[in-house]
Design a protein around this ligand. Structure first.
Ligand code: AVJ
Length: 323
């Protein structure tokens, strides 16, 4: 990663925190949850018995990787490019890269993630595949996607992966805009594989986002630890608790950090006042119905090529073709 993008990300963090804590209600962007410790805590969440998204998606990927790979290997002369937005540990893309290699093909992989740790781990995970070259971009989805798309070889198909219900962090207008940006980077013959979590019982959602071990609470509260460290703030960890609520009207789980008392926090010389019970909204995780997912894709210029659903967990993997 270039020092330039690292410095830009640091400057954006300071400016975004300042702006978003001045909003009513106070907010922080969920992409900032993923510093080194936050990424490790997220990895731990993925292993919790109550957070079933990751395992359900892995099962679907293992079952359907050959069908996905078939779409980008129709021309035997090409070297397909797989771009993953938000690669995490790389455990998902490796399933597709292995299927590509098993089909006797070479491939190129571009990984885009805001977390340095996630990129390093994904690069290690993919390192054992001999016929796959790997490039990492530590950047936001938008910038990374543009950089990766510039690397396409004329005539070689591109498969974009947006997995793990990462799409769920965007509200509907932003998700639409984001899918259109992805479509704009693609040409007919390319594909998008979208993993999205489905609406399920409120009990299941509450346990997934407020687990009995407190790992999700630690993941959320670590954002305050990060702001203290990187921006010289004075958040008292004991003064804030993790709250997860299902907002049925908007079909989303919200994570908040709730101030347990009236208090003032200093961030680099600037003071932020909290009332007792006041919350910082740190994440939305939208939950969908299968038809919503088709519709979202269609509005962005994709057609559904296949949709595979884990009915037990209620999770959908949708393969879109750039129409
Ligand atoms: C990685 C954004 C899909 O929203 O389910 C896990 C992050 N937050 N537990 C999600 C998360 C709380 C996760 N995404």
């Amino acid at each position: 990663m270039s020092t330039q993008s690292s410095e830009r990300l640091a400057a954006d963090f300071a400016a975004d925190v300042r702006r978003d804590l001045a909003l009513v209600p106070k907010q922080l962007q969920s992409k900032y949850l993923y510093d080194a410790l936050g990424s490790s805590l997220f990895e731990a969440i993925c292993r919790l018995p109550w957070y079933r998204i990751t395992r359900a998606e892995q099962r679907l990927l293992e079952a359907h990787a050959p069908a996905v790979v078939e779409r980008i290997t129709r021309d035997p002369e090409t070297v397909p490019l797989i771009v993953e937005l938000g690669c995490g540990s790389g455990e998902k893309i490796v399933i597709l890269a292995e299927a590509l290699q098993a089909a006797g093909r070479h491939g190129r992989v571009h990984l885009i993630d805001i977390s340095r740790q996630a990129l390093e781990q994904s690069e290690r995970t993919l390192g054992r595949l001999r016929h796959i070259s790997v490039v990492g971009h530590r950047d936001t989805y938008e910038v990374g996607l543009r950089r990766a798309a510039q690397q396409r070889e004329a005539g070689s198909p591109v498969l974009v992966l947006l997995l793990g219900s990462n799409i769920g962090n965007f509200d509907a207008p932003a998700a639409g805009e984001f899918l259109r940006a992805i479509r704009g980077a693609l040409v007919p013959g390319d594909a998008l594989l979208l993993g999205a979590d489905l609406v399920k019982t409120e009990d299941a959602l509450r346990l997934a986002y407020d687990d009995p071990l407190g790992v999700t609470a630690a993941f959320n509260r670590n954002l305050l630890v990060r702001i203290n460290r990187e921006l010289g703030a004075t958040f008292d960890l004991d003064g804030f608790r993790h709250v997860a609520v299902w907002n049925a009207e908007h079909s989303r789980v919200e994570m908040h950090l709730e101030s347990l008392r009236a208090q003032t926090v200093r961030i680099d010389g600037w003071a932020v006042a909290f009332a007792e019970g006041e919350r910082i909204w740190t994440e939305s995780s939208y939950k969908y119905e299968p038809a919503d997912i088709d519709q979202m894709g269609a509005r962005a210029g994709f057609s559904t090529a296949a949709q595979w659903i884990d009915e037990d967990v209620r999770f959908a993997l949708t393969l879109f073709a750039a129409a």
